[in-house]
Design a protein around this ligand. Structure first.
Ligand code: BG6
Ligand code: MG
Length: 215
């Protein structure tokens, strides 16, 4: 079955906002006195805001009510959005993205975003990518975040393409699991580049040509 559509994760695949997510969580964890580091941060890739908080709270020494958890997630999102507003520009688009997209377009392949992030529309606007993709599906559209396949199945349906004709580009273990559960093929990049479950692997989109994944 040839690939007729490519669905991209956003954070850590299209744009380096994954670093701002990390800094936002680190600030919150420091304020609360909860141990947190880049190793724990790897587990947050691809999962929703509230699920990320639950992972961080595994190391907390006190308990938090549902209302306090909600407030903490909102606080982190405020820190994250401050970083986006002050630091995010088109220069944060990751290496190889523009060329890879142009190559797909030349081959007549459709493109979409499949992201767990509720900030996805804002980020796409800020980097000038709000008209770039044929469809988008994000955290605002779904009830179950990765590793559930919902966001990728929604993106495929918005493109009008069957899942088995889609390739997903992911930097998260949860995202690779989600794509495979959707019956899609996977190109794992960045932090997920060592994931042996993916059919294709590359350090970044600059290190692989679209032709490689379309044949
Ligand atoms: C994913 C990130 O893209 O979005 C996760 O990899 C993040 O780290 C998730 O938790 C939700 O993002 P947001 O912007 O809705 O808090
Ligand atoms: Mg990601």
């Amino acid at each position: 079955m040839p690939i007729t559509a490519v669905i991209f994760d956003l954070d850590g695949v299209i744009v380096s906002t994954d670093e701002f997510h990390y800094q936002g969580w680190q600030r919150l964890a420091d304020e609360e006195g909860i141990p947190f580091d880049r190793h724990v941060n790897e587990r947050l890739r691809g999962v929703s805001r509230m699920e990320s908080l639950e992972i961080i709270l595994e190391r907390a020494t006190r308990t938090y009510t549902a209302a306090q958890r909600e407030a903490m997630a909102t606080r982190k999102n405020g820190y994250y959005r401050e970083l986006l507003a002050s630091r995010l520009t088109a220069a944060d688009i990751l290496p190889g993205v523009d060329n890879f997209l142009a190559e797909l377009r030349r081959c007549g392949v459709k493109t979409a975003i499949g992201s767990s992030s509720r900030n996805s529309p804002t980020i796409l606007r800020m980097i000038g990518f709000d008209q770039t993709f044929d469809a988008t599906a994000d955290g605002n559209d779904i009830t179950r975040s990765k590793p559930d396949p919902e966001v990728f199945l929604l993106a495929a349906s918005r493109l009008g393409v069957p899942p088995m004709s889609c390739l997903v580009v992911e930097d998260a273990e949860a995202g690779v699991t989600a794509a495979l559960a959707a019956g899609m093929r996977v190109l794992a990049v960045g932090s997920a580049a060592g994931d042996s479950r993916a059919q294709y692997r590359a350090d970044s989109l600059a290190a692989i040509s679209a032709a490689t994944v379309l044949t």
